[in-house]
Design a protein around this ligand. Structure first.
Ligand code: SF4
Length: 285
């Protein structure tokens, strides 16, 4: 009985992901797709779903994990990433802030208002560089429906409308060295991702990042979950409103330059990662 329910649920969740990939043409035949694999439930489901999709389309998969250097937290995620990549026979490339930048997040976070600022900037930067060097044509991230709604509200809260161009399940190629993102879980609610992991007894990293409570995202997430409990359907309504407001054509024009220091793509003259490095007081200490 339990087995049947699990199979039905897997069918439901994988069919929705498969339909999204097909409807939005997230992957094309022969492509090399790099999965950003943190070891958390979303990235692990993304890896399983794309591995499953290889039954229908001939494309290659590789996974990249990045150790930000968060003591007592990140290693569990890396262990889950290794376990899942090994179980699915997907090659895993491991990078870290230390190996790429010479410092751990723990060493530098106090220079910033929130640890999530340097964490996100350096992680995106390392992920893009690694995927580009590997020849991947797209990076698949584990962003789910809840993440997308949170990101949208965060952009509203910050008045950062240029970020609206980053919404939707597929981002366009806007610079030859910027590997575009795809989000196979874009319309999958976070709750269902958790259910999938539990029902299938998947090895995932469940701990909360010790810095997460300081982030704006955590506050918005709490607000949305509370609102959803009191007014069921509110998340879907917000998403529907966003969809009506935006065309998903990414028609906001973003021209990118190459960073004057590291030559990575950036909308300014100097990329965010180099700007942050310049502002670090003393990354070696
Ligand atoms: Fe990085 Fe913030 Fe996520 Fe922690 S919560 S892993 S600091 S982005």
């Amino acid at each position: 009985m339990v087995k049947l329910k699990r199979e039905e649920f897997n069918e439901h969740i994988f069919t929705r992901i498969n339909n999204l990939i097909a409807d939005y043409e997230l992957i094309e035949e022969g492509e090399l797709i790099a999965v950003a694999l943190s070891g958390g439930k979303d990235s692990v489901l993304t890896l399983h779903a794309l591995k499953n999709y290889q039954k229908y389309l001939d494309f290659d998969l590789i996974a990249i994990s990045i150790d930000e250097g968060i003591e007592g937290y990140r290693q569990h995620g890396i262990d889950s990433a290794i376990a899942n990549a090994t179980a699915l026979d997907v090659k895993l490339i491991q990078k870290s802030f230390i190996s790429e930048e010479g410092f751990a997040l723990d060493d530098i976070y106090s220079d910033f208002k929130s640890a999530c600022i340097p964490c996100g900037v350096f992680r995106r930067n390392i992920l893009n560089k690694t995927a580009y060097e590997l020849g991947a044509v797209k990076i698949a991230t584990g962003h789910n429906l809840d993440d997308e709604i949170q990101s949208f509200l965060m952009s509203f809260a910050r008045g950062d409308t240029i970020k609206f161009s980053k919404f939707g399940p597929k981002l366009d190629v806007i610079h030859p060295k910027l590997v575009p993102r795809i989000k196979p879980l874009w319309n999958t609610p976070e709750k269902e991702v958790g259910m999938w992991a539990v029902m299938n007894d998947i090895d995932i990293h469940l701990d909360e990042c010790p810095y997460s409570h300081l982030s704006l995202r955590a506050k918005i997430k709490e607000f949305l979950n509370l609102s959803e409990d009191r007014h069921p359907g509110i998340k879907n309504n917000i998403m529907d409103s966003f969809m009506k407001m935006l065309t998903l054509e990414n028609d906001i024009n973003t021209t990118l330059n190459e960073c004057e220091i590291c030559k990575e793509p950036t909308s300014s003259n100097i990329c965010k990662a180099c700007e942050l490095k310049q502002s670090l007081k003393n990354p070696e200490n």
